[in-house]
Design a protein around this ligand. Structure first.
Ligand SMILES: Cc1cc2nc3c(=O)[nH]c(=O)nc-3n(C[C@H](O)[C@H](O)[C@H](O)COP(=O)(O)OP(=O)(O)OC[C@H]3O[C@@H](n4cnc5c(N)ncnc54)[C@H](O)[C@@H]3O)c2cc1C
Length: 298
């Protein structure tokens, strides 16, 4: 048996909000994070939709880390560095297994592991060598880009990257399949973007570490390009842990979960991938568990 009320997996905006809310209600929490507090916030160079005049993600991540420091003296929260590889639940408890084979048990678990970047192997319009996984555009600084820059996919981080680097005058050649057309609309007016609308693309090795890109354009005509820098911008898939209930799209909404397993943040749905909604859902999950348990009745 365990005396822990809640395990929270992931210390991004959702997991931190869940932890702060749970501790404020007197719950004991184990917070498991494999990397650093703040999650994706560390990669948001320009921010304008979070209340409180936050202009960069790292600043907000530092505020979340400070929140965890502020509640540390309660001794209600224990932070654990590790990667969760599975969750289960039974009538009595929820259980979490980490990659180092350590196990944690609690009355309930909140999974807030967010989303992970898609690779070319996940995109049916791309043919690429096995194991090719270009660096994500959103993690790449201008100084890391050499030669002609080619970007696979026109997902939304393209606009974020351009806003974060307003003075960079390099051209981003962006391969845009038909399903990305509606997202490309928001960057189409930026002179730094060369949208190459295509139906398929093949990536092949070229000399000196470059890549040859063979494209079928929308009329079916073949085109060929050389990329000095190849970057990925194909979107995300949910970082769903084995044991969580998944919908047909792979996401993990609340209604697919065991009563002792809750989900929060980007992991729930492709529709709500925003910082504020992640925070709200984290706090909501902790509140739901509190009012659903005997805790509230003392
Ligand atoms: C480039 C970019 C720009 C963005 N710009 C904006 C914006 O301007 N405005 C906005 O509102 N939103 C923006 N977003 C979206 C926003 O970042 C997310 O909605 C938000 O971070 C989701 O919070 P989360 O806590 O659900 O997940 P995340 O922030 O992804 O945090 C998940 C955490 O879980 C950890 N984790 C994952 N798996 C495991 C595991 N197995 N074991 C242990 N820990 C694990 C991760 O290390 C991470 O710390 C942007 C995202 C990106 C990528």
């Amino acid at each position: 048996m365990t005396d822990t009320d809640l395990i929270v997996i992931g210390a991004g905006p959702a997991g931190v909000a869940a932890t702060v809310m749970a501790v404020s209600l007197g719950m004991t929490v184990r917070l498991i994070e494999q990397d650093q507090v703040g999650g994706k916030l560390h990669h948001i160079g320009a921010l304008d939709n979070v209340p409180g005049n936050w202009t960069t993600g790292p600043d907000l991540a530092a505020a979340l880390a400070a929140d965890l420091e502020r509640i540390a003296p309660t001794n209600l929260v224990r932070r654990i560095t590790g990667t969760a590889i599975g969750v289960t639940a039974d009538d009595e408890q929820a259980h979490v297994l980490l990659a180092d084979q350590s196990r944690f048990h609690a009355s309930a678990v909140i999974a807030a592991t967010g989303v992970t970047t898609l690779s070319p192997a996940d995109a049916d319009w791309i043919t690429a060598p096995d194991g090719l996984w270009p660096a994500p555009l959103w993690r790449t600084a201008p100084a890391e880009m050499n030669g002609a820059i080619w970007v696979l996919g026109a997902d939304r981080p393209l606009g974020t990257w351009l806003r974060a680097h307003p003075r960079v005058e390099r051209t981003l050649n962006v391969l845009c399949p038909p399903e990305d057309d509606y997202k490309a609309a928001e960057v189409a007016g930026d002179p730094r973007v060369n949208l190459v609308r295509c139906t398929t693309a093949g990536i092949y090795p070229a000399r000196n570490g470059a890549r040859k890109i063979m494209v079928r354009d929308r009329s079916g005509a073949p085109r060929q390009y050389i990329a000095g820098t190849l970057l990925g911008n194909l979107g995300n898939r949910p970082a769903a842990l084995p044991g969580l209930g998944q919908g047909p799209d792979g996401y993990c909404p609340a209604e697919f979960q065991h009563p002792r397993m809750l989900t929060a943040g980007d992991l729930r749905s492709a529709r709500f991938q925003r910082i504020v909604t992640a925070q709200g859902s984290g706090a909501e999950a902790a509140l739901a568990r509190y009012y659903d348990s005997a805790l509230v009745r003392g």
